[in-house]
Design a protein around this ligand. Structure first.
Ligand SMILES: O=C(O)CCC(=O)C(=O)O
Ligand SMILES: [Fe+2]
Length: 368
């Protein structure tokens, strides 16, 4: 199947997992993909198609069409949990502006967690989301929460398939997700046609073990993944699929068997008539105290051999999340969020901000 110098992204059919014979075929395809590509389309998932259609065609355009003052009312700078609305130009990747407007939402965590003196600051990364007023966007909160619940279940089931593809018992990776009250992060993103630069999102790795991406504008390319030769390969929207990719935490615990693949988004070209919308869901609610570098899994030699045959992962243009080599997952998450959103960090985590930005606020990270 796919090789490490992939030119296209493979599609896996989730319905194969329903039957024991075809399930084995699925697991073997998944094994090749996690080792060599680190990106796939997943078709025939149980996530409700009507729900997705409503989200794409009704909710998302209305969400971005809200009056600016209602969006600013729920701005991310209000939230120590890095949840809420970010205007265009408020987010950085590798210190450069990402030209996207977005809402960040978390799953669960309706209540604020009350921290006591001495509790680690990163416990505060979980907390309530900020939703627009119900009157302004009737039904949106309920619909999006249902969507997130369905994708969370899919992600948790998919993680078991990954364990099996690694030649391990299905529940092996569940050990990193034991805490009851955890939060997964999702975003609803708009990449407008714009003139400043083509950086929709700069080259990066994701941190969470799994990302489930809904490409919500069928007419737009833009997402690209980097193969072993360093070439940027298009990941165009494919109807009725999710794009799945794997993050640095999973790469660490699997001794590099699973590829965390560098990716980026190009903003729509100037002759586009429409913006590009997407909805990434990060299976990010790992136990905050986990040190992934100390939790490396014992992987059967025949699987390690496949990794070695793939070859060494090259330097890519992505550099982020190397902190997993020495920090607990909660700290890595906090630092990652603070680098992307310095204005939020300055307000809620001033000492983290000072460490990361000793020369003060980067040009475009100023709180509005
Ligand atoms: O919008 C997309 O298609 C991907 C976004 C992404 O890679 C991210 O937010 O981590
Ligand atoms: Fe990403």
């Amino acid at each position: 199947m796919s090789t490490a110098n992939f030119q296209t992204i493979p599609t896996l059919d989730y319905s194969l997992t329903a039957d024991p014979d075809s399930r084995a075929q699925f697991i073997s395809q998944l094994r090749s993909v996690i080792i060599n590509v680190g990106f796939l389309y997943l078709s025939n998932t149980p996530v409700d198609r009507d729900l997705i259609s409503k989200l794409k065609h009704e909710c998302i355009p209305r969400l971005f069409g809200l009056p600016q003052e209602e969006k600013d009312r729920i701005k991310m700078a209000n939230s120590p949990h890095f949840l809420g609305y970010s205007r265009m130009g408020m987010e950085l990747t590798k210190g450069e502006v990402d030209w996207r407007e977005q809402f960040d939402f978390g799953t669960g965590c309706e209540e604020e967690r009350l921290l006591k003196n001495g509790d680690p600051q990163y416990w505060n990364v979980y907390g309530p989301s900020q939703y627009p007023n119900e009157e302004q966007l009737p039904g949106f909160k309920a619909l999006f929460e249902t969507y997130l619940a369905q994708v969370s279940t899919l992600a948790s089931d998919f993680l078991r398939l990954v364990s099996e593809a690694l030649g391990l018992p299905p529940d092996t990776l569940d050990q990193f997700y034991k805490t009851e009250n955890r939060m997964h992060l999702s975003k609803i993103v708009k990449y407008p046609v714009q003139r400043e630069s083509r950086q929709g999102v700069g080259a990066h790795y994701d941190g969470a073990m799994l990302t489930f991406l809904l490409q919500a504008s069928e007419e737009h390319r833009g997402l690209q993944a980097q193969n072993l030769r360093g070439e940027w390969i298009d990941v165009p929207p494919k109807p009725d699929t999710f794009v799945i990719n794997f993050g640095r935490s999973l790469e660490f615990v699997t001794q590099g068997v699973v590829r965390a693949t560098s990716h980026r988004v190009l903003a729509p070209p100037l002759d586009s008539q429409t913006p590009r919308y997407s909805v990434p869901f990060f299976y990010s609610g790992m136990d905050l105290e986990v040190r992934v570098d100390e939790s490396v899994l014992k992987i059967p030699p025949e699987i390690l051999k496949l990794r070695d045959q793939r070859g060494v992962l090259p330097e890519t243009e992505s550099i982020n999340y190397s902190e997993y080599a020495h920090d607990v997952a909660g700290k890595v998450y906090l630092v990652g969020r603070a680098k992307s959103h310095p204005d939020v960090a300055e307000r809620h985590y001033p000492d983290v901000f000072k460490q990361l930005f000793p020369n003060g606020m980067p040009l475009h990270g100023i709180a509005y």
